[in-house]
Design a protein. Structure first.
Length: 274
C-alpha cells in the first residue's frame, strides 16, 4: 500500500473478501446468509470511497439472487478481467428450473460463477449433468490466453468441457484419457499459444492434450506429485508445484530443466520475470 492511509470498515453481516475491481474503487464480497448459520451466499461490493455495501446485479441487469454453493476452484483471467469460480451445491428450487433433471434426485449440481471485475456484474453458468457432484480435488478450470473460452477438467470421469465466455454456454464436451485420480488434486493450464492443455492429476506426470482434437499427445514424467501448474511469460517453461519442490519443464520437449525447493508449495498463482 506504500504511504496510503489505512482504513477500517465495520460491516453489518457475515462477509468474505472476493476481489478488488479493476480500478480499485470497489471490493467485491461474498455475503453469507443468514449470517450466523449460512446456507446460501450472494455477491456484494464495498464502495471504498464511502464504506457502503451494495448488491451486485446480474449480467443483464437482473436482480441479485441468493445461491447455495461450495467453492471448488477459482481462476482470474486478465484478458477478460473476469473471475471464474467453480461451485457445487445441493440441488435447491433455484436450480431446478434451469439445470435439474428429475432423475438426479439429491445429486449435487455444479456451475461456474462469473464475476466481471471491470463492469461489476455476476452470472451463474450451468454445467452439464455429467460434471455434477465431484469433489474439489477432481476438477480444475483454466481460461484460454485470449479470454474467449474457459476449460473445465474432470479427472475422475476423464472429461474436458469448453465454455464460451461470451455466451456462457458449453460448446463441447469430450472424454479424455487422463490418469486416475488416486490422491492429491487436479490442476490445469493452457499453453501460451492456446493450442495445448496441460493437466496434472495428483501423480508424477503431466498430460499434454491437443486442444483442437482434445486427444492426449503425450505424458511427461516429473519428480513428484503435481499440485499446481503455471507458465513462464513466454510460454517456454511450465512450472509444476510438487509439494516441497517446483519443477521447471521445457514445453517443447517435456524435459525437466531444473527443480527447486520452496518448502510447502501447493499451487502457483503467477510466474513473472523480475
Amino acid at each position: 500500500m506504500g504511504s496510503a492511509r489505512r482504513r477500517r470498515f465495520e460491516l453489518d453481516g457475515n462477509f468474505e473478501p472476493e476481489a478488488f475491481s479493476v480500478d480499485d474503487t470497489r471490493l467485491f464480497l461474498i455475503q453469507f446468509l443468514p449470517a450466523e448459520a449460512p446456507s446460501a451466499y450472494r455477491v456484494t461490493f464495498l464502495e471504498l470511497a464511502d464504506g457502503t455495501v451494495h448488491p451486485v446485479f446480474g449480467r443483464f441487469k437482473t436482480p441479485p439472487t441468493r445461491m447455495p454453493g461450495i467453492r471448488l476452484a477459482q481462476v482470474f483471467d486478465r484478458t477478460s478481467e473476469q473471475l471464474y469460480t467453480l461451485y457445487t451445491n445441493r440441488v435447491a428450487k433455484h436450480f431446478h428450473d434451469h439445470w435439474q433433471d428429475p432423475a438426479s434426485g439429491d445429486r449435487e449440481v455444479s456451475f461456474v460463477h462469473v464475476l466481471n471485475l471491470r463492469e461489476g456484474w455476476a452470472y451463474c453458468a450451468g454445467l452439464p449433468r455429467k460434471l455434477w457432484g465431484q469433489p474439489a480435488r477432481a476438477q480444475a478450470i483454466t481460461p484460454s490466453p485470449d479470454g474467449r473460452f474457459l476449460y473445465i477438467v474432470d479427472s475422475k470421469r476423464g472429461l474436458v468441457a469448453e465454455m464460451d465466455t461470451e455466451t456462457m454456454e458449453i460448446t463441447r464436451t469430450q472424454r479424455v484419457r487422463l490418469d486416475p485420480l488416486r490422491h492429491g488434486r487436479t490442476t490445469a493450464k493452457l499453453s501460451a499459444d492456446g493450442n495445448t492443455l496441460y493437466v496434472g492429476v495428483g501423480g508424477e506426470s503431466i498430460t499434454r492434450i491437443d486442444l483442437d482434437s482434445l486427444e492426449v499427445l503425450e505424458r511427461w514424467s516429473v519428480p513428484g506429485d503435481v499440485t499446481g501448474l503455471a507458465l513462464s511469460e513466454d510460454g517456454a517453461r511450465l512450472y509444476a508445484a510438487l509439494g516441497e519442490d517446483v519443477a521447471i519443464v521445457d514445453t517443447r520437449t517435456g524435459d525437466a530443466l531444473a527443480t527447486f525447493s520452496f518448502g510447502r508449495t501447493e499451487s502457483i498463482l503467477h510466474v513473472a520475470t523480475p
